[in-house]
Design a protein around this ligand. Structure first.
Ligand code: PMT
Length: 399
């Protein structure tokens, strides 16, 4: 997600995980955000403020009395930020913020922040589970502050338990979700992604090159925009997007079962998965052995269910159905046949087999066709941006 023109306050308090905030700052800067860092005294015992100063390209706020820029810099910063994020947040900081204490630069600034706030507690498990710390976290949550729960794992004190600061990418992901307008709130989205695997025997299968990138980008974008997302995915090497209901499947048969069982609850269905049209007739239970003296082998295939076509038959007037078309040639002709044959509201057609579009690539060039005959070109761009434009278009069409 691009954070250009977005101002963030990154608060760092004194925990061993303060080193992770450096990576978090890098992610924020990479996305184009203007970041002001405020550190407590104890945070500076773990990581020097110079590191944050160089990476943020802004002075680091550490002491209200040593500020050379302006006597109200902390108030200026608090007023200018679109969000404030404190990672790691110690028990001490959490307790003081919950009680409205303002005895250092970070706490004083935080009290003046009126934009959304995220707090990422990180500490020893017993401290985290302490009833007083939990009570303070409850107070902050009731005040409308977003808490990102700590992960489980090995802690600095060599114990294993809850208390680790989540990875910077995760905190970044949740911050971008918080900043994204919720124009899909109240909508249930059903997205399919990835390939299907059709067994030839217990060790071999027929499949295709889908990496899942396009479908996962759509699921991720929709979740950030407030939709309740179910992602039915064939086997890929991507992590499921945060916050989606994830249903892993292998074959077309499994995908059909999963999708049809979730269909009734869906408002918008987007079928990005590259589903095998045919599957081996009888996969059997034993590995097919190489036959001596035979140079050829034939596998009999039978037709799979066309899941999208079936949804097109079942869908109600309130549901919006989007298909994808992966073509090597005659993109428009094939897309128009599919939109009609499968009773779709919209089809996203993309060329496959090129270097920058279709399977596996980070970018895609898509042309949208609508059932009324209109069309819309999306130029070559990152799949995450394609996802957002596709969702914008669906909102226009359904609004
Ligand atoms: O995953 P990536 O590497 O990011 O690649 C993205 C993509 C190229 C896979 C994606 O952008 C795409 O084009 N997906 C559709 C692939 C496909 O199967 O196209 P198709 O033209 O064969 O099928 C048309 C539509 O029918 C698709 O929505 C498909 O999900 C659906 N279908 C097809 C066959 C079948 N048995 N059941 C189906 O539901």
């Amino acid at each position: 997600m691009q954070l250009k023109e977005i101002h963030i306050l990154l608060g760092v308090t004194g925990g061993i995980a303060a080193y992770k905030s450096v990576e978090l700052l890098r992610l924020l800067k990479k996305a184009g955000a203007n970041v002001h860092v405020a550190m407590t005294d104890s945070a500076q015992k773990f990581v020097g403020k110079t590191t944050f100063e160089v990476l943020s390209e802004n002075p680091v706020l550490t002491d209200l009395w040593k500020n050379t820029q302006s006597s109200v810099t902390h108030i200026d910063i608090a007023a200018s930020v679109d969000a404030a994020l404190v990672a790691p947040a110690t028990a001490n900081f959490i307790g003081k913020l919950a009680q409205g204490v303002a005895d250092d630069a970070l706490l004083t600034t935080m009290l003046a922040v009126t934009s959304p706030i995220i707090i990422c507690p990180s500490m020893n498990t017993d401290m985290y589970q302490n009833i007083r710390v939990q009570r303070n976290l409850d107070i902050l949550e009731q005040d409308g502050i977003h808490i990102i729960d700590p992960d489980d794992g090995v802690l600095a004190c060599k114990t294993v338990g809850t208390g680790r600061l989540p990875e910077p990418w995760f905190i970044f992901d949740r911050l971008t979700a918080l900043l994204t307008p919720k124009d899909l709130a109240g909508q249930n989205l059903l997205v399919t992604a990835g390939p299907t695997l059709e067994a030839i025997d217990p060790v071999r299968y027929v499949s295709n090159h889908s990496s899942g990138k396009m479908g996962y980008a759509i699921a991720r974008a929709a979740e950030k925009r407030g939709a309740k997302v179910t992602l039915v995915s064939g086997p890929v090497s991507l992590d499921p997007p945060v916050g989606v209901q994830f249903v892993p499947v292998e074959s077309c048969g499994e995908m059909a079962d999963a999708v049809l069982s979730k269909l009734e609850a869906a408002d918008i269905i987007i079928k990005v998965a590259a589903v095998a049209d045919y599957r081996p007739v009888d996969p059997g239970t034993l590995k097919i052995k190489k036959t001596e003296n035979s140079k050829e082998m034939t596998i009999s295939m039978t037709e799979n269910m066309d899941i999208l076509k079936r949804i097109g038959e079942l869908k109600t007037k309130k549901q919006f159905l989007v298909g994808f078309a992966a073509e090597t040639n005659d993109l428009e002709k094939h897309a128009l046949i599919k939109i009609k044959k499968k009773n779709l509201d919209m089809i996203a057609a993309n060329l496959v087999g090129t270097d920058d579009s279709g399977f596996k690539t980070d970018t895609n060039k898509v042309k949208l066709f609508f059932k009324n005959g209109d069309s819309k070109d999306i130029p070559l761009m990152d799949k995450n941006r394609v996802a957002h434009i596709l969702l914008d278009t669906i909102i226009e069409q359904t609004g």
